[in-house]
Structures are given as C-alpha cells and as structure tokens.
Ligand binder design. Structure first.
Ligand code: ADP
Ligand code: MG
Length: 309
C-alpha cells in the first residue's frame, strides 16, 4: 500500500496526545505555555536533495535562505515573532568549502533580516545527498496564536498575496527556462509573512490561519478539518499575477492548477469574521460554510494539493 503523508501524521498524532499546557501535532507550530504570559512556538521542517531541491538547480545561497525561510514562515502562520533556529545538516564528504560558505551566507542573510539567532544544530556526513533540517522557536502573547482551528461558518477566506508563482518558477527551473526571473525569484527566495501574521494576530475577528506550503487545495483542507467546517472558494477570486497569466498562456498551462495545487507560495491563508478590519493587503477568495466539504465555484475539476508520497 502507498504511504499517505497525512494518514501517517494522523497515526502519530493518535498515539502521542499533547501534554497538558501544550498544543501538539496538527498546526503550523506546537504551542507551549510559559509562566510569563507568553507562549513558545516551535516547528521543524526538512529539505531533502532530490525531493525538495535539485542540488545543481539551486544556488547554495538560495538553499540557505529557503531552509530558514520555510521555517520562519511557520512562525508567521501563527502570528508569532521568530527568535531562534537550530540547523542540522548532513553533507556528502566531497561538498566544497565554497558551497558551504554560500549556503551559510544565505541562511545568515534571512536570519538577520528577521532577527533570528542560530543557536545550535547538528552536523554529519551523508551517503546520499544533502539533507537539511531546521527547527525554529518563536513566541507570542498567551492566547494570541493564530491556529488552524479558529474558522467559523460565515467567515471570509483570504490570502495575503498571489498564488502559483513559485510553482511556475519550479517548472521554469526544471525546463531551464530563464525568461521568467520574477517567478524563479518567488521559488528560490520565499518571503515569510512575519509582519502580516503579527498584524493579523493583533486584530479581533481573525479566525484560522496557516501558511501555504502545499497549495490551498491541500492546505485549506487542514483548516476545514481542524475547525470542523466546510468551504466554498470562487476560482474567479484567486489572485493570479500578470507573470503567471502570461507564462500559462505561452505554455497552455492551467493557472488554477498551479495556483491551487502548486505550493511553496508561503503566503498566509486565513479566515475572518465578515465585519472585521483586515490590516494587511489581501484577497478574499471564498467563505467558510457548515459541513465538511470543499467546493470550487467556477470549475468541475477536482483540485488536489501536493503530497509527499
Ligand atoms: P507544515 O506544512 O506547516 O510544515 P506539516 O503538514 O508538515 O506542516 O505537518 C502538519 C502537522 O503534523 C504539524 O503539526 C507537524 O508538527 C506534525 N508532524 C508532521 N510530521 C510529524 C512527525 N513525523 N511526527 C510528529 N508530528 C509530525
Ligand atoms: Mg505551515
């Protein structure tokens, strides 16, 4: 039988319930209550050569950047402030010093930009490609974390920016097409939405939130499951960049397939009460409904997000 990422996580979650004072598996970060009115947020993400990146198609600087960025994004998803990371790397024995220097420059660059300290990690050799694991710690005031379980029927569903650019960038890099630097840039250098997450966490009326790593066709389902609600999304409201439209026209690709299923946008997906003030640029794409189904208005296609198996 083929492995299923989310069934496997479900199995682990069932056997390892969260301890008192913590929120464990099921959100972008775990939450651990502290005595000083703050909560600690923790998350971890792996990047494996051949699965998440091709070593000859990404510069070591960008890989360093992206390894930290995707983790910082999980803190953004909770409306938190990132504080510290731990970096574990497994490298083939013949990795060059230049590669390592540039990887660390990229990691350093984004860490400085978001005020995150690298506090530890682990280093080992690898027989089979580069493996990177980053664990991140952040914080937020008690009770203020944005979670996947806060959506209610009637909420508006919003995203913080255009979708599908990173997925199109990935197609460009796989086909060696250098004509779309802005799409490649979105793929190589995702910008975690820390300021946007913080702004949302301070406003009343925000429901659920998460970052878009696997495409909303998959990610929105996590919000629906955790909040026990359904949703309707209008395809005509999905924000699609000019560049994505152009490249899709040129190649006869379906922009919605890339926008909904592509992943790695690292924009925020959130819900809010209809009368709430949203303090960040955003696009409303649908509504939360009763029930548990996800309806795409404007298409008969069944859209599915990225899954690892
Ligand atoms: P994200 O896309 O935000 O990184 P994932 O889809 O990777 O989140 O994971 C969903 C949830 O499952 C998270 O709470 C994560 O910590 C948890 N999780 C994933 N894999 C494991 C694992 N092997 N053991 C325990 N928890 C896991
Ligand atoms: Mg996430």
């Amino acid at each position: 039988m083929r492995l299923d990422e989310f069934s496997l996580i479900g199995q682990i979650r069932k056997d390892f319930p969260a301890a008192e004072g913590t929120k464990g598996i099921g959100d972008d970060c775990a939450i651990i209550s502290q005595k000083d009115g703050m909560e600690t947020l923790i998350s971890t993400d792996m990047l494996i050569e051949g699965v998440h990146f091709l070593i000859d198609r990404i510069s070591p600087f960008d890989l360093g950047w992206k390894s930290a960025a995707v983790n910082i994004s999980d803190i953004a998803a909770m409306g938190g402030t990132p504080k510290a990371t731990f970096l574990s790397i497994a490298l083939p024995k013949n990795m060059s010093q230049n590669w390592i220097d540039d990887f660390l420059k990229g990691y350093h660059n984004i860490s400085e930009r978001y005020g995150v300290s690298l506090l530890g990690g682990d280093t080992t050799s690898s027989l089979n490609g580069v493996c990177i694991n980053v664990t991140i710690q952040g914080e937020c005031p008690k009770g203020k974390a944005l979670t996947r379980s806060g959506a209610r029927p009637g909420d508006l569903i919003c995203v913080s920016g255009t979708l599908g650019d990173s997925a199109a960038g990935l197609k460009c890099l796989l086909s060696d097409d250098k004509d779309w630097p802005e799409l490649l840039q979105k793929h190589y250098r995702p910008e975690p939405r820390i300021n946007e997450g913080l702004a949302l966490s301070k406003m009343p009326g925000i429901g659920a939130a998460m970052d878009i790593s696997d495409g909303i066709a998959s990610d929105l389902r996590h919000i629906l499951e955790e909040s026990r609600v359904g949703a309707e999304v209008e395809l005509s409201r999905i924000p699609i960049s000019e560049s994505l439209l152009k490249i899709c026209r040129a190649n006869d690709w379906d922009p919605y397939e890339l926008a909904l299923c592509g992943g790695e946008d690292y924009e925020l997906l959130f819900t809010c009460r209809p009368d709430s003030i949203i303090p960040i640029p955003h696009h409303q794409i649908g509504r939360i409904t009763e029930g548990s189904s996800l309806k795409w208005i404007g298409s008969n296609k069944e859209y599915k997000g990225f899954s690892h198996f």
